[in-house]
Design a protein around this ligand. Structure first.
Ligand SMILES: NC(=O)c1ccc[n+]([C@@H]2O[C@H](COP(=O)([O-])OP(=O)(O)OC[C@H]3O[C@@H](n4cnc5c(N)ncnc54)[C@H](OP(=O)(O)O)[C@@H]3O)[C@@H](O)[C@H]2O)c1
Length: 295
């Protein structure tokens, strides 16, 4: 059963338009198979970019009651029928959990043609596994790894093409993800590392932020002020790296006055092993990303 809202011609909040995407309309239909947390973020981003209207997008989930709630929230058609959504679509996003991806591809196999494009953003599942499951020679597949700051248009998505994905397919996929943040193209062999760094990374940064805010409270700051200082400082430091193009070590040196306070703080960080701990966290997350598709 497909759920629709009564008025589905406009995005819900036009004030939240994000300018990072290309404003030109795209005359293609989208299926978002598995519109969970990340899939919903992408639908909202595509609508806010102004390049798609709600009637161009159909989404699926597993549970019928969630389909109704999602249709109400996103104002797009939502069902539990993957094949029906994929049949009508030119661009088929796959956003289910890694171990469900191949099942979903088998479900939509009868309606696939090489004129359509599959864009999977499931961790771990290789383009070859998806291509093989389509049993269709020449099926273009692009793999993407976005992250949750995409919700604010501040996402980071890495993309890689499968055997049959052309430069045009990759450019199209990149332009879609550009509506929720920055994009970069990588070799597919790097996508598990991307998952470990920028896919999981927001969680690592939240821990750092939480700890900094806690530290501010410890040295006497009100909690709200402390959290604001920690978050804006993290944001500012990230912008410095992105916008100056300087190496983080040089930017760190600029904060570190000889015999000053920062040098003492850095000494504690080194002694506490923050650097090594973060490196190990990314290595472990990458390792896990390599295993996910197998369950
Ligand atoms: N969260 C992240 O930060 C992030 C970042 C990058 C990539 N990803 C990738 O995105 C994918 C989804 O992650 P998520 O965090 O968005 O998970 P999620 O919120 O649990 O979303 C999964 C969605 O898939 C639906 N689903 C399950 N089986 C289905 C089926 N057979 N047909 C259609 N829909 C089905 C679920 O429906 P119900 O709601 O009805 O259960 C749910 O809406 C994963 O592969 C993950 O690796 C996630």
């Amino acid at each position: 059963m497909t759920h629709r809202t009564q008025s589905s011609s406009q995005p819900t909040d036009t004030n939240k338009r994000i300018d990072s995407g290309d404003a030109h309309r795209i005359d293609k239909r989208v299926a978002m198979l598995g519109a969970g947390k990340m899939g919903s973020i992408l639908i909202e981003g595509l609508l806010r970019s102004g390049r798609f209207t709600p009637d161009q997008i159909a989404a699926t989930v597993q549970h019928d009651n969630r389909a109704a709630a999602l249709a109400e929230r996103l104002r797009v058609a939502v069902s539990t029928d993957n094949a029906a959504a994929a049949r009508e679509a030119d661009l088929i996003f796959i956003g289910v959990k890694p171990f469900t991806v191949i099942d979903v591809v088998r479900q939509i196999k009868p309606v696939l043609t090489p004129e359509k494009l599959i864009i999977s953003f499931a961790a771990s599942v290789k383009t070859k596994a998806i291509e093989d499951a389509t049993e269709l020679l020449g099926m273009p597949v692009v793999r993407a790894m976005p992250n949750t700051p995409a919700m604010l248009g501040a996402g980071m998505t890495a993309l890689a093409g499968g055997r049959f994905a052309t430069v045009q397919h990759l450019q199209l996929a990149a332009s879609l993800f550009a509506s929720v943040g920055r994009t970069v193209q990588v070799d597919e062999k790097h996508l598990d590392a991307v998952t470990g760094l920028s896919g999981s990374g927001p969680a690592f940064i939240y821990i750092i932020l939480e700890a900094l805010a806690e530290a501010g409270v410890k040295v006497g700051l009100p909690r709200d002020v402390s959290t604001l200082l920690a978050a804006q400082t993290t944001y500012g430091a990230a912008r410095m790296v992105l916008e100056t193009g300087e190496h983080p070590a040089l930017l760190k040196d600029a904060v570190t006055t000889p015999a000053g306070c920062t040098a003492d703080g850095l000494l504690e960080l080194e002694e506490g092993g923050l650097r090594v701990t973060l490196i190990k966290a990314v290595m472990r997350a990458t390792e896990r990303a390599r295993q996910l598709a197998g369950g």
